[in-house]
Design a protein around this ligand. Structure first.
Ligand SMILES: *[C@@H]1O[C@H](CO)[C@@H](O)[C@H](O)[C@H]1NC(C)=O
Ligand SMILES: *[C@@H]1O[C@H](CO)[C@@H](O)[C@H](O)[C@H]1NC(C)=O
Ligand SMILES: *[C@@H]1O[C@H](CO)[C@@H](O)[C@H](O)[C@H]1NC(C)=O
Ligand SMILES: *[C@@H]1O[C@H](CO)[C@@H](O)[C@H](O)[C@H]1NC(C)=O
Length: 379
């Protein structure tokens, strides 16, 4: 008798399990949605339109089923709404009569990840479907800096956990590149649950140093290279290239700096048209900026000798290009460089003597044509 009861109960349970299973699987599995951290996201749900709509968005959390948003009697019903969702949800109310029960969730956080249940019912019957939310904070900007021959590469506010790799172009044998051996990468989690990553490496001067940060399907790079030095006398114009291998660049931001810290100018290019802002201290020296980002300088003095860096960033990549500008002095001062004051006085005396002699010679030659000159020299 007892066995019969047990087996009946088991059969009942099994039947219930099968029923539940068929009910939850009628929609053909979960819908997967990837939402972007801090942005708005739409959780899709639809039903056969009819009157007396009831909509419940629910989320199983631990052992509880949190109410995210409810709608019945033709209006939003938010008394039972779970605290973290207060003020962040909305249905597309005008679309509900058309069978659209999609939920708008604003300001996505990492806690919003997980499985949501959309329960709908009308006079005709009910329906359940599930939406699985993944949250991503994609890598946006990779920053690269050089200080004392050490390159620092970093990126912040990333989810899921990022990876950072170093490489060079042309490639180098990793086991012998001292830069790769001396790397160090560290990861931190901020109070929002997002990752900050930073890594340092010895600067390989003879190659392009490449730092790649990857998270999920998103990959961003930053590169750093040093170009051949440029020389120029103070009197002439000097052009410093900002050469990046991508030639089809039209939309990017550009910053020229002196000795890595002092900003010369910033410019943002939209469809190839630059919008330039030159620092007051460099207004005299900056002559122009080419469409490709190269810098034309003039009126230079010895204080302008140093490293010029061009930082070019697009939505995908950042490129930092360093060029050393050597001011080659004009001929006269060239001779005087490294000579003692005594020698300079000697040279100056010689030059003055030569000038007097030259004047005398000219005057002498002019004598035939210039009576005044003649009378002057007679005295
Ligand atoms: C519901 O309406 C919103 C807003 O118009 C739209 O973005 C969404 O794609 C619609 N969803 C469905 C399932 O029709
Ligand atoms: C479940 O919900 C109740 C009431 O809303 C709350 O007191 C309890 O802490 C919740 N439990 C968990 C595990 O979230
Ligand atoms: C950093 O160096 C360690 C060995 O010290 C190596 O295992 C790791 O792969 C290197 N990381 C990168 C990003 O090159
Ligand atoms: C710039 O850097 C060079 C060496 O790299 C240095 O000789 C020069 O004094 C620096 N100029 C200024 C103005 O700091």
């Amino acid at each position: 008798m007892a066995w019969g009861l047990v087996s009946m109960t088991l059969r009942g349970l099994m039947l219930m399990v099968i029923l539940l299973w068929t009910v939850t699987s009628t929609d053909g599995g979960d819908v997967h949605v990837t939402c972007v951290f801090s942005e708005d996201c739409v959780l899709p749900c639809s039903f056969q339109p009819d009157s007396e709509e009831v909509i419940h968005w629910l989320k199983p959390e631990d052992k509880n089923l949190s109410t995210i948003h409810s709608y019945y009697y033709s209006t939003d019903q938010l008394k039972q709404q779970s605290q973290p969702y207060r003020g962040r949800t909305a249905l597309f109310n005008d679309q509900i009569p058309k069978g659209n029960a999609s939920l708008l969730l604003r300001g996505i956080t990492l806690q919003d990840q997980g499985r949501y249940k959309c329960y709908t019912s009308t006079i005709k019957g009910n329906k359940e479907s599930c939406v699985n939310i993944a949250v991503e904070a994609p890598v946006r900007l990779v920053d690269i800096q050089l200080s004392d021959d050490i390159i620092t590469c970093s990126s912040t506010g990333i989810y899921p956990e990022p990876k950072l790799t170093w490489s060079t172009d042309p490639p180098s044998d990793l086991s012998f590149d001292p830069g790769t051996i001396q790397n160090s990468t560290s990861i931190k989690v901020d109070d929002r649950g997002l990752y900050d990553i930073t890594s340092t490496k010895q600067f390989s001067r003879d190659r392009t140093n490449i730092c790649t940060v990857t998270s999920g399907t998103v990959e961003r790079t930053a590169t750093l290279k040093q170009q051949d030095p440029v020389q120029g006398p103070p009197s002439s114009e000097v052009s410093i290239l900002c050469s990046v291998s991508q030639s089809d660049l039209l939309t990017f931001d550009l910053t020229w700096r002196f000795n890595l810290t002092d900003t010369i100018l910033t410019s943002s290019y939209t469809n190839g048209t630059p919008q330039m802002q030159v620092d007051d201290q460099w207004k005299e020296q900056v002559q122009s900026l080419s469409d490709s980002g190269s810098l034309q300088l003039h009126k230079l003095t010895m204080v302008h000798q140093g490293t010029y860096s061009c930082e070019l960033s697009t939505a995908r990549d950042t490129h930092l290009i360093l060029t050393y500008l050597q001011i080659t002095p004009d001929k006269l001062s060239d001779v005087s460089d490294g000579l003692s004051p005594g020698a300079i006085t000697g040279i100056a005396a010689a030059i003055i003597a030569a000038a007097i002699i030259a004047a005398a010679v000219i005057c002498f030659r002019l004598r035939a044509f210039c009576p005044q000159c003649r009378s002057n020299t007679v005295i």
